[in-house]
Each structure stands twice: as structure tokens, then as C-alpha cells.
Design a protein around this ligand. Structure first.
Ligand SMILES: [Zn+2]
Ligand SMILES: [Zn+2]
Length: 467
């Protein structure tokens, strides 16, 4: 990889005012169509390109169909059905409802798989509450299909033994679906796994940035008291039921209540104060929820969902106890019980495999556009991070046209995820990913390098764990 850098503008839709274009960003490589870069077997890429061109219309329909039917985490039933039908129609063996209700698996084996390896690919499907496909998972679903089908064609045409496993992975948005699939062994036989994700970024670009690890914490406050306290006077056994709600009229006798909303507000404020003492690369954010709240009743219940993020899993594990202390102290200050739980497994940062990344970057820079290490989903998180801890993985971001302040999780991004430019950008990244994946199956020397860089990174991340 060369170190020369070139300036590209952040991708904005046509017609945007000049002042909204924003600054230029340095990206690595000269970008589009640099024929001086050496890449692996151009004739295989040609097969991949032809196959994706042939599939283009069907892929576009699939993407828009999923976009038009946004479904929340673990409820991706429409996406499950249209994607499994599509894969079956295209010669893959499909397992519906694989491990999780809305997960699925599509497999293809070439030349009996003799002596071959297995390439894993992931398709995400879920949308966000109220704002639909504001993370563009319709494009990710389509990219998984495109990579798997083009790789299948390449194996057949060039007589490469091996297996392709495309997993439909539910609940990326807060559900850690991939970690649940990992625990059930869904990734066990894969030699490498690839996927991609849309984001704002340099025009026509792809990004090999990492992202943040995240741990989710739920704290429930009960303005309550234990039964045994009430029953001691009559000398009965303790704790027949653990808690009795302890509410009160908010004007008549507020001193009789225990205010669980106050607990949440104090915790929220303590976390806001703590923010000055954490690194700028860390993120803590959350919401407060209630049940049966009214302004004239002292609320005896509240619930906070708090996400703590940091550049590595190790840093998150140091951050979370500090957040927990804020929540515990708030409970103590307001005489409410604080009960903690974790709604989903911890998500680790992305460990982009170096050999896979370099190969992808060369192909992408030669034919499609620039590469950067700054954009993608750098300040967000993905459960694919956990996959990259378990096996060699690659998760490039790809730029789609967005308006100013229209990044992921906005209604503007939902619109961008249905645009023709986004579709084209998604196909470009899918082509480079498919070639990288086929190389894993076909090139022993390359695969040895993939394994070696995986092991090197493993030692590095283990050295980062606090003693
Ligand atoms: Zn996403
Ligand atoms: Zn998202």
C-alpha cells in the first residue's frame, strides 16, 4: 500500500449548496482506476463483475423491498422470507429460522468442497424505531447476497473448490445477534467472514476504520421497601415478597414516597459530570423510561438503558464500573433500590484482518475509489466486532450520498439508503469483497497470511487487556 494521500470531499447529494460540501479529507491512494496497482487474478474479478451486472435488477428490487418493510431487531420476518427465497432460487441450500427465529443460513459447496475452505458472509436486516432503515441494513442484506452469489459463480467458472456460507444475522441494532449466533457455533467452520456497512465518507470511497466496543447496562430503580420491614412488628418470617412499591401523593404526602425518577435523574446528571473525566474517544449515552407515571404521583419505578463505548473492549471494561458507581450512588441518595442487568452481550471493537484489508484495499483502489481509515462506522459499533475476535474478518464501510448532518440513524440516511448512488456504491464494495473472499478459498499462500495476521492481532489485543 502506498502512503501517498489525496483529498476527496465528503459525499453529498447533487444540488447541495457549495458551502455544505464541507472540507476535503485526506484518503490513501490515488483512487479510481489506478492500473499500476497489482491485484490477484483479474479474470476472476471479471466473472464477479459480470455476475453482479446480471443480478443488478434483482438485487435492487430486493434492497428496496427490505427498505420498504422496515422491521425491528429480532422481528425481521419479511426480510427473512424474501432473502431465503432469493437464495434458494439462486441455487443455495437454505436453512430457515437458523438458531434464532429470524436468522437463516444459505450454503453452496463447489467440487464437493474437497480440500477447500469455507468463506462466511453476513447479511444484516434490522431497522430502527420510527426512522426505518436509517442505518442502511437493506444495503447490507443486498451486499451479502451479491457477494455470496458472485463468489459462487467465480468458484464454478474457475473450478475452485470450497464452500460459501451466507448468514442472515438479526438484531445488529442493540441485540448482538451475531454474538448469539457465534455462541451457537454458527461461525465455527468458517475460515474467514466478510460483510460491509454504509456510512458517510469521501465520495465513492470505502473505509477500513475500526469502531467502538460497547457494553449496555440496564438499571431499574424501585422506590420500594421490603416486606419484612412491615412485618417485623407481628414477628412473621422475612421476605415473603421482595418489594412493596412505595409511592405517595405528590402534594398531600410526598415525604411518604421514594422517588425513582429522582434516582434516574441523579444518575443521568452524575454521568454527565463524569464525562469531563473520561477520554474524548469514549461515549456514554442513554435514556430514562417509566411506567404508570403521573405528575401527581411520586414515581416508584424508573429504568435507564445506558450504552458505554470506547475504542477497545479493554477500555470499555474499565469505563463501565464508573458508570455503575454513578447509578449506585443515585439509588443511595434517593433511597431507592438499584437493580442491574445487561440486555445483550458486550459488543467488541472491529479487528479488521490486515491481509484481507490490504487485498480489499488494492482491488478497491485499482477499480472503484479511494480508501480511508477515518470514516466508515468509526464512532459507532457493530456486533461483527465479536466475529473478528473469533476468526479473520473484514467489514469495510462504504460511502453513500448524505446531506449535511445526515449520518447514520437519521431520517436523511434512511432516504440515502434507497438512492441509486448508494446501490451502485454497495455493488462496488461487494465486488472487491467477493474477490477477496474467493482469494481466501483459492490461494493457499494468501490464506496463510490471513491466518498469520489474525494471530498477530490476537497477541496485540491480549496485551491490551488491563492486568
Ligand atoms: Zn448499522
Ligand atoms: Zn446502526
Amino acid at each position: 500500500m502506498t502512503s501517498e494521500s489525496v483529498a476527496f470531499p465528503l459525499w453529498r447529494p447533487e444540488g447541495t449548496r457549495a458551502e455544505d460540501i464541507g472540507p476535503l479529507y485526506e484518503v490513501i491512494g490515488p483512487g479510481v482506476q489506478d492500473n499500476t496497482i497489482q491485484t490477484w487474478r483479474d479474470e476472476v474479478l471479471e466473472t464477479i463483475e459480470k455476475e453482479m451486472t446480471a443480478l443488478d435488477e434483482g438485487l435492487r428490487k430486493l434492497s428496496l423491498d427490505i427498505h420498504d418493510h422496515p422491521e425491528l431487531k429480532f422481528e425481521e420476518r419479511h426480510a427473512h422470507n424474501v432473502l431465503t427465497s432469493f437464495m434458494r432460487e439462486h441455487g443455495f441450500e437454505v436453512t430457515e429460522h437458523y438458531v434464532l427465529e429470524t436468522a437463516w443460513k444459505a450454503e453452496f459447496t463447489n467440487l464437493d468442497g474437497k480440500g477447500g475452505r469455507t468463506l462466511g458472509v453476513n447479511s444484516e436486516m434490522d431497522a430502527l424505531p420510527g426512522i426505518g432503515h436509517a442505518c442502511g441494513h437493506n444495503l447490507i442484506a443486498m451486499a451479502g447476497v451479491a457477494v455470496a452469489l458472485a463468489a459462487k459463480k467465480a468458484l464454478q467458472v474457475h473450478k475452485i473448490p470450497g464452500k460459501i456460507v451466507l448468514l442472515g444475522t438479526p438484531a445488529e441494532e442493540g441485540g448482538s445477534g451475531k454474538e448469539l449466533l457465534l455462541r451457537a457455533g454458527a461461525y465455527e467452520n468458517m475460515d474467514a467472514c466478510v460483510m460491509c456497512h454504509p456510512a458517510p465518507g469521501p465520495i465513492y470511497g470505502a473505509s477500513l476504520s475500526s469502531c467502538l466496543a460497547v457494553q449496555r447496562l440496564v438499571v431499574e430503580y424501585h422506590g420500594a421497601t421490603y416486606v419484612y420491614r412491615l412485618q417485623m412488628a407481628v414477628d412473621l418470617p422475612v421476605l415473603l415478597t421482595p418489594l412493596v412499591p412505595h409511592s405517595a401523593h405528590a402534594a398531600f404526602s410526598p415525604w411518604d414516597g421514594r422517588n425513582a425518577l429522582d434516582s434516574a435523574v441523579v444518575a443521568y446528571t452524575s454521568i454527565s459530570v463524569l464525562r469531563q473525566q473520561i477520554k474524548p474517544s469514549h461515549r456514554v449515552h442513554g435514556i430514562i423510561e417509566g411506567k404508570d407515571w403521573a405528575p401527581n404521583i411520586i414515581p416508584d419505578y424508573s429504568r435507564m438503558i445506558i450504552y458505554s463505548r470506547a475504542p477497545t473492549r479493554a477500555e470499555v471494561s474499565e469505563l463501565v464500573p464508573r458508570i455503575r458507581s454513578c447509578c449506585e450512588a443515585a439509588g443511595l441518595a434517593t433511597a431507592c433500590e438499584a437493580n442491574f442487568s445487561e440486555p445483550s452481550p458486550t459488543t467488541y471493537e472491529l479487528r479488521q484482518n490486515k491481509a484481507l484489508g490490504n487485498n480489499f484495499a488494492d482491488v478497491f483502489r485499482k477499480y472503484y475509489g479511494p480508501i480511508d481509515y477515518e470514516f466508515g462506522i468509526k464512532d459507532a459499533s457493530t456486533d461483527f466486532g465479536n466475529v473478528t475476535y473469533a476468526l479473520p474478518g473484514l467489514h469495510p464501510g462504504f460511502s453513500i450520498p448524505v446531506p449535511p448532518r445526515g449520518a447514520n440513524h437519521t431520517i436523511a440516511f434512511t432516504k440515502a439508503a434507497a438512492s441509486l448512488e448508494a446501490h451502485q456504491a454497495c455493488l462496488n464494495v461487494s465486488k472487491a469483497l467477493a474477490l477477496t473472499g474467493v482469494r481466501v478459498l483459492a490461494d493457499d499462500e494468501f490464506f496463510a497470511e490471513v491466518r498469520q495476521t489474525f494471530e498477530e492481532d490476537k497477541s496485540l489485543r491480549l496485551s491490551q487487556v488491563p492486568g
